[in-house]
Design a protein. Sequence first.
Lengths: 347, 337
Amino acid sequence: MSNKIVKSGKSKHKFIKIGIDLGTANLLVFVEGEGIIFNEPSVIATEYETGEVIAIGYNAAKMIGRGHHGIKIVSPLNQGVISDMDAASKLIEIAIRKAETIDINLKASTLLICCPSEVTQIERDAMVELAHKLGVPDVFIEEEVKAGGIGAGLDIYSSQGSMVIDIGGGSTDIGVLSLGDIVVSESIRIAGNYLDQEIINHLQYHHGLLIGKKTAQRIKEEIGTLREKTDPDVTTYANGRDVVTGLPRKIFVTQDEIKEVMIEPFMSISNAILKVLQNTPAELSADIIQTGMLVNGGCALIDGVDEFFTKEIGLETKIAKNPLTAIVEGTKVLLHNRGNYYIKPVD
Amino acid sequence: MANKNGLGIDLGTANLLVYLEQKGIIFNEPSVIAFDRESGKIVAAGKDAHNMIGKVHDKINVIKPLKNGVISDMKAAKSLLSYVLEKVENLTEKELYNTECVMCCPSEVTKIERDIMTELAVNMGISNVIIDEEIKAGALGANVDIFKSRGVMIVDIGGGTTDVGVISYGDIVLSRTIRMAGNYIDSEIVKMVKKQEKVEIGELTSERVKTELADLREIRPVIINKYAGRDIVRGVPKFVNVSSEDVAKVLIPTYEEVVKLIAAVLKDTPPELSADIFEHGILLTGGGALIKGVEEFISKRIKVPVKVVSNPLTCVAEGSKYLLKNRGDYLINPLKL
């Protein structure tokens, strides 16, 4: 007990460094000296009338598509950028407070927020504003690819070029990194959520079945694949509402079918990768052909992503060991050097 | 004299060498400097900055302060030199004021280009500066006694320029310069690979191709190495095979030009000196002398013996120590001091 008091007493005076990966799908919070204290979907549920928060994270995500009139369920981010400022600030505040053992004084801390590489200045300003709203005076914004590269264990501070592809929930970021910063980057808004939507559309048009977002996500995670060879025996069920009769219905979808749906979005991603490679200086191209590409983000977990890119681009593709947490782990390093490219932080 | 520092600077297009009296060569790295665009601070210099060429993001500006043997970016040249002197040797401004400095330049630079070199030294707080020719320093650095009544011919194939000169009695009798040397070969290799293989390679890679595959011998083994670059059609990274034959195709025309230049200088050389040169041979210095079979290539065409000096890369800087002693005066033989 006394230990805790000393700790909280200390934190009042010490600046605490917090790194946030505010993704469209998941919110991750890293606190220096504590590790990742929050890793849950970025969803918040509030009561319509009073505006009181009912649930955040997993509990709120469970409510998606299941809420009633009294509950407003919001994903504060849309395609990688903040779309609902109030909800975003509430979500972060609660996420930080959720770890009860740590007393964080937001007024005396440094906050790092990660953003997609091609957001506009206005979208960046929105992130800064968000931090000010939380009462944090010291805030800086860094690119997700940079943090993701560091978190996945790449030495981005050397002159050896490396390529990171981050396929998240709302946006896919592709970046070539060298000497601690981004040389070429590209961001497209085709990522996990887009895949879910494509699955929903497919089932609606081809099976006449309307399914929810959660179901689509589950289908993607369970049987989604990009491998050349699919297994005809792998199927999963999909429960939804028949568009014609309006009655609940259950069907089975095959792996092959889902693969067909996912191929097209992934072709768009691989085109974006080609575009980045075309703009890469020749010297860095020479490095990338040796080191290969690194895939990060939630969609890196889809079966056969590496095989697909290796075939399409002709470069060796590696999946990060920690695709979901790489970005927030990278913030640890960026918090040390404040994103300065020529200071290589040493632990 | 005792409290005065003597400094010899060989500010070449490719490499910067600094000689400090009583210490020897304190710096021998590529003349490249990298700045932070926003703050103007120096990020790296020398080898580290050289490794950044073609690899940087827009926050870093990598500059080669020299082009074709002459200073093209004054501010960068100054920063590079002060960086070396301050960081490597801790020379303070006060010490620099008490420093005597020799700077070497290609033999056919204009008066304005020489003045720029002097200005550079003055900018750094060195008041006492002498500009002298690289070939003179190179000959001295190769331990050739140029103060005798004997003609010596020096061919210095550097990064930006190739200098050919005849020296007798401690100074240059005649000299010629062409702006065709190591960097020119690099860019020709880039063009060749682009044309033949449809792959664009970077500056550092082409330099590597040159050092690994360049061979001018009559009978040369065919070596094929793999290099990486960017496919100009698809844009993706791609490996290419470059053979020593391909490189020779680029090297030979360039070295033919050098041979032509040597022939032109020999044509204008007074006959008495020609006799000396024929007897003692032509001396090759500079990075371009490191290519295999250079001696054979030139001597076969000119019919004069050719020798590569033992220290082709550092002889200019080493020679500057003698020029510091006699301040470039041909009457005083520093080798006897």
